[in-house]
Design a protein around this ligand. Structure first.
Ligand SMILES: Cc1cc2nc3c(=O)[nH]c(=O)nc-3n(C[C@H](O)[C@H](O)[C@H](O)COP(=O)(O)OP(=O)(O)OC[C@H]3O[C@@H](n4cnc5c(N)ncnc54)[C@H](O)[C@@H]3O)c2cc1C
Length: 502
């Protein structure tokens, strides 16, 4: 490893390679609740695509793994490296390369944060509408996770906005896919294959994104409901009305209490309504003019009232902004309250209510507390699981996953599989699907050096040398035990279904 590190220092400069105690604690983890921080053998910070390519060439020849890292705001452990591999951080590649007003597109480097990109676009009255609730997230990280967030109900997820990439393959080959094009029908779409691939197929060094006009008029409505099924039934009525909401977020009453207390917000809901409320719907509306907006507010209020809302509050701009920010911080409120895991399942919107009821009853049966909030317009549910016993928690989560899959859903709607949900995916997925994913991975990365132990493919060589398995450089407690518990459980699952757990 020392020899490789010397070669890499010669490529990127000694100041941009950290090893041992010089590795910052921030580079050892993301925000995932269940993946143990790991100190990798080195953290490399390239400044150019040519440097990324040269480093990968070197690592590929030596069989050294590379885990890409954006801002480390991910919730699945996907940017956490392994003890005998390298982490490649992209914060030195954070420029806007061009903003094209006529095409409504921009070309940016992957390390730019969403906050910095928004600052750069504001003077042009343009917006990049992907907002995964964490403005420190980078464009590279959001591309690799296909991030969604609260505005996805209107604008779609990252995939809908990425039209071109420059990428570097594990071999060091640099290639481009797509471009500043509104449409493309020229063979396999490599751009879309790499979006959501969690740093396991190629490293992204340039991203071409679609932009939207920046609407100015915005309103926020809060509607309390007596129960989740009534709330869920109101959602298609809103979306089917022609109102095109910017956000449609639900919070159960415990989650709302947690986020408002954490943010110091008083919802000022009539106490007589508050005592009957078990779930809240937040609807954000946005329009090109205040007249249009007013029409939409009135229509939405009427629909919610007709569909069982206990009351409808149109918030002041300040109160609306504060509530949306508080909702964005729901993850931190759940963490402070002691949540042991966060589940990010997605189901068809019409199946959301059933899943929520089933999750609550499965939770009660296992002696766990399950609370939640989520992107109700997308059927994407974030459940906070409070169950300190690892085995019981895994059993519960697997039951929830099975229920979601049976309802036509998926394990993750936006956080990705990373390390945290990978084992569950491998145990529950169709073997033919897995086999094809393995082949795709092998074509892009034959030596399995990118993102070891991360994502959907059973990467060829290194996958099982996951954090905690190699000798002694974990920097946090618990990971080994959790991983082995999960593996035992999954072996049981495989036995029950006839699948072979990897
Ligand atoms: C409070 C909070 C709220 C959140 N809410 C949401 C939400 O509503 N919706 C949502 O989708 N997410 C949400 N997230 C998760 C997170 O913000 C996203 O997953 C984000 O996309 C991660 O970006 P990052 O730059 O932090 O990437 P990291 O966490 O550093 O890395 C994520 C993945 O990207 C890969 N990667 C990074 N850079 C590159 C590159 N240049 N080339 C290839 N691969 C790369 C990494 O290897 C890893 O697989 C939330 C997180 C927090 C903390």
């Amino acid at each position: 490893m020392n020899e490789i590190l010397d070669q890499i220092r010669a490529i990127v400069g000694a100041d941009h390679v950290a090893t041992g105690a010089a590795i910052h604690q921030d580079d050892t983890h993301d925000e995932c609740l269940t993946v143990t921080p790991v100190r990798p053998a080195g953290v490399v910070r390239p400044g150019t695509t040519a440097e990324v390519a040269a480093v990968l060439r070197c690592c590929n020849e030596a069989g050294v793994t590379v885990t890409a890292r954006g801002a480390g705001s991910g919730l699945s452990g996907a940017c956490v490296g392994v003890p005998d591999g390298l982490v490649m951080a992209f914060d030195r590649m954070a420029e806007v390369i061009r903003i094209d007003v006529a095409d409504q597109m921009a070309v940016v480097q992957p390390g730019i944060t969403l906050a910095a990109l928004d600052d750069a676009l504001a003077p042009y009255d343009l917006v990049y509408p992907v907002e995964p609730g964490e403005p420190s997230a980078t464009v590279g990280g959001t591309v690799a996770t296909n991030a969604g967030g609260m505005r996805a109900v209107r604008y779609g997820v990252t995939r809908q906005h990425v039209v071109g990439l420059q990428m570097v393959l594990a071999s060091g080959t640099v290639l481009r896919s797509g471009g500043r094009l509104a449409k493309l029908s020229t063979g396999y779409d490599l751009t879309q294959l790499v979006v959501g691939s969690e740093g396991t197929l190629a490293l992204v060094t340039e991203v071409t994104i679609r932009l939207q006009p920046r609407p100015k008029a915005r309103a926020t409505i809060l509607a309390p409901f007596a129960d989740l099924p009534t709330l869920a039934a109101a959602i298609p009525a809103v979306t089917g009305s022609g109102v095109d909401p910017l956000m449609l977020e639900y919070l159960d009453v415990l989650s709302m209490t947690g986020v408002t207390q954490a943010a110091g917000i008083d919802l000022a809901v009539d106490p007589a309504v508050g005592t009957r409320t078990n779930a809240y719907l937040i609807v954000a509306l946005q329009s090109r003019s205040s007249e249009h907006l007013q029409d939409d507010v009135e229509l939405t209020g009427a629909i919610l009232t007709n569909h069982g809302a206990l009351d409808v509050y149109v918030l002041s701009p300040r109160a609306g902004a504060d509530l949306v920010t508080a909702r964005e911080r729901a993850f931190f409120a759940a963490r402070s309250a002691g949540a042991d895991d966060i589940v990010d399942v997605v189901v068809p919107r019409s199946a959301m209510s059933d899943l929520l009821l089933e999750a609550a009853s499965l939770g009660a049966a296992s002696g766990s507390l399950v609370t939640g909030c989520g992107h109700a317009g997308d059927g994407n549910i974030h459940l906070s699981i409070f169950q300190p016993n690892s085995q019981r928690r895994q059993d519960l989560i697997h039951q929830i996953f099975r229920h979601a899959l049976d309802a036509g859903g998926a394990i993750s709607g936006e956080h990705g599989l990373g390390r945290a949900k990978r084992d569950a995916f491998l145990a529950l997925a169709d073997p033919n699907h897995l086999a094809l994913l393995d082949q795709i991975k092998a074509v892009f990365d034959p030596r399995g050096i990118l993102g070891p132990g991360v994502g959907p493919a059973r990467d060829s060589r290194r996958a099982e040398a996951a954090p905690g398995v190699s000798a002694g450089t974990d920097v946090g407690p618990g990971g080994d035990a959790q991983r082995h518990d999960a593996n035992r459980h999954l072996a049981g699952l495989a036995g029950a279904t006839g699948e072979v757990a990897p």
